[in-house]
Design a protein around this ligand. Structure first.
Ligand code: HEC
Length: 101
């Protein structure tokens, strides 16, 4: 499982704009903070991701990547998470999150 994650992260870095991203694989790196079913309110205050629509979530992720969102003063944490993700990756992971509801 861990090995698969590393391989797919590297593959994502190498050709994220060419190969369609796998949302389920991408979501694995979000689980620790946002919960296995995207149901967790991280630190008791970050909205559960399974309550956010796809378009809004991609918009949020793009804003974190650009460094322009910092609603809970922890935008830097998310900026680091988004650094290696393309917009396609964000869409794929956002769509995967909708299936966790
Ligand atoms: C190390 C913990 C951590 C990881 C891993 C993480 N996040 Fe976050 N996430 C946060 C924090 C902290 C915030 C709030 C940042 C802020 O705005 O101050 C946040 C906020 C968000 C928000 C915005 C929520 C809102 O309504 O404002 C989205 C969307 C999000 N994360 C998606 C993801 C996705 C998708 C992944 C995996 C690719 C991910 N996060 C990985 C900690 C994390």
């Amino acid at each position: 499982m861990k090995k698969f994650l590393i391989v797919s992260v590297l593959a994502g870095l190498a050709c994220s704009s060419v190969v369609a991203a796998d949302g389920a694989t991408l979501y694995k790196k979000c689980v620790a903070c946002h919960g296995a079913k995207a149901e967790k309110k991280y630190l008791g205050k970050i909205p559960a991701l399974n309550t956010i629509e796809v378009d809004k979530m991609v918009e949020d992720m793009m804003a974190y990547k650009a460094g322009s969102k910092n609603d809970f003063k922890m935008g830097a944490v998310m900026k680091g998470q988004m650094a290696s993700m393309s917009e396609e990756d964000m869409k794929a992971v956002a769509e995967h999150i909708q299936t966790l509801k």
